[in-house]
Design a protein around this ligand. Structure first.
Ligand SMILES: Cc1cc2nc3c(=O)[nH]c(=O)nc-3n(C[C@H](O)[C@H](O)[C@H](O)COP(=O)(O)O)c2cc1C
Length: 189
C-alpha cells in the first residue's frame, strides 16, 4: 500500500482545518497507509537558510527544518488540507514547502481546501507552488464549500445532511492519490 501523508495546513488557535483533515485521513486510510502531519508538531522558523535544500542536496537546514524534510521524504504521496487566508494558502504552509528538498520530487499531491469559495484561491496558490518542489499536482482538487465547523464533528465525521457531494468527491480523490502514488513510485524506479 502507498504511504500517504495528510498535512494539516493551519496552526491557528481554534482552527477547524484539523477536523477536515480527520475526515480526509479516514477516507484515504481505506486505500493507503496514512499518517497525519500536523505543522503544529513541526514548528519551523521562517525560512532564512543560506541555501535551498532542494537545490543544494548536501546542505542541512536548521534542526527543525531537517526533521520536517526527513519526515516528508518518507511518503509516496501527500494530501494537503488547507484553509484560504487572504486569497492564498496560509503562510505557515508556504514556509513549510520552502524547506523541502528534492526527495519529494516526482511524487503526487492532492489538495483539499475550504473557505467561502471552497478555498479556490488557496488551491490556485498551491498549484503554483507545489510544482516548484517537483511535486505532481493531481488535476482535481476538493473544494469544500460548506462551513467545516458546522459540517464535520470533532471526531472528523461528516454529518448526514452534508454527505451529498463532498463525500463522493473525497472517495474519488483518495483513489486518485493512491493510484498516482503507485504509478509514480514505479516511474521513479
Ligand atoms: C488571516 C485570515 C484570512 C482569511 N482570508 C480568507 C480568504 O481570503 N478567503 C476565505 O474564503 N476565507 C478566509 N478566511 C476565513 C477562513 O477560511 C476561516 O477562518 C477558516 O476557518 C480558517 O481555517 P482554520 O480555522 O483551520 O484556520 C480567513 C481567515 C483568516 C484567519
Amino acid at each position: 500500500m502507498a504511504k500517504i501523508a495528510v498535512i494539516v495546513g493551519s496552526v491557528r488557535e481554534g482552527r477547524v482545518t484539523g477536523k477536515l483533515a480527520k475526515w480526509v485521513a479516514a477516507e484515504v486510510a481505506k486505500v493507503a497507509d496514512v499518517e497525519t502531519l500536523d505543522l503544529k508538531d513541526y514548528p519551523l522558523p521562517l525560512f532564512a537558510e543560506g541555501k535551498s535544500p532542494r537545490y543544494s542536496p548536501d546542505y542541512s537546514p536548521v534542526p527543525e527544518g531537517k526533521k520536517w524534510i526527513d519526515k516528508m521524504a518518507q511518503f509516496d504521496g501527500y494530501v494537503i488540507v488547507t484553509p484560504e487566508y487572504n486569497r492564498a494558502m496560509p503562510g505557515v504552509l508556504k514556509n513549510a514547502f520552502d524547506y523541502l528538498d528534492s526527495r519529494v520530487a516526482d511524487k503526487p499531491a492532492a489538495i483539499v481546501a475550504h473557505g467561502v469559495t471552497g478555498g479556490a484561491q488557496a488551491v490556485a496558490s498551491l498549484r503554483v507552488t507545489l510544482p516548484g518542489n517537483g511535486l505532481v499536482v493531481l488535476p482535481n482538487a476538493l473544494f469544500f464549500t460548506d462551513g467545516v465547523g458546522d459540517a464535520i464533528d470533532e471526531a472528523g465525521i461528516l454529518k448526514e445532511e452534508f454527505q451529498d457531494g463532498p463525500q463522493g468527491q473525497l472517495g474519488g480523490l483518495s483513489q486518485a492519490i493512491a493510484k498516482y502514488a503507485d504509478a509514480l513510485k514505479a516511474a521513479r524506479g
